[in-house]
Design a protein around this ligand. Sequence first.
Ligand code: DLZ
Length: 198
Amino acid sequence: MGGDDFHKGVKESSNKLDGSSLKILIVHTRWNAEIVNPLVDGTKSSLAKYGVKSENIIIRDVPGAYELPGAAMKLIRQSQQESTNLVSNIVDDLLSTQTLSDKANVEGAKSGPFDAVICIGVLIKGSTMHFEYIADAVSHGIMRVGLDTGVPAVFGVLTCLTDEQAMQRAGIGRGEDKGHNHGLDWGSAAVEMALLKL
Ligand code: DLZ
């Protein structure tokens, strides 16, 4: 490890990732918005690179990182409930003139539940234990969202010791080296996990 051929970070998947049929939820914080917003932009550009249509990227914001798991869980549950309702409406309307695909795809946007959720936030360590408690709760909470709903949940939360560390990981470092925008990796992780199959 550490030689010239050492690749830091995630390698591209060897599978072809076609996100054109996916519907992705992004939930991000308004805390540390100056760093979070570029991360959201990086995530969106990565999703676009893999073919996810802009109308199928749903974005919601919450106050802080602590709210991310609860919001993600609530919105996923809503999308699953709406899709159940849609199916029963389609069955009710089977004899109407509207085709099934017309009914299921309103104005090009994909109906149905989310295929993945990306939770984005930035925690920066202060002088109290707050950082440790929130980071622990949020990381476990986001894991639970994924396991309990079956919808892949991407951990897009930076847990940094300084502002500069966070800026570097959002690609907006102050020095000549702006760093790497981790949102680019979160978008590809969401597409890859959404498409995962045997
Ligand atoms: C209170 C707080 C603090 C001190 N720091 C951060 C932070 O660095 N990043 C973040 O996303 N949120 C922070 N918060 C807010 C909490 O996540 C949460 O919104 C509040 O405690 C209300 O539940």
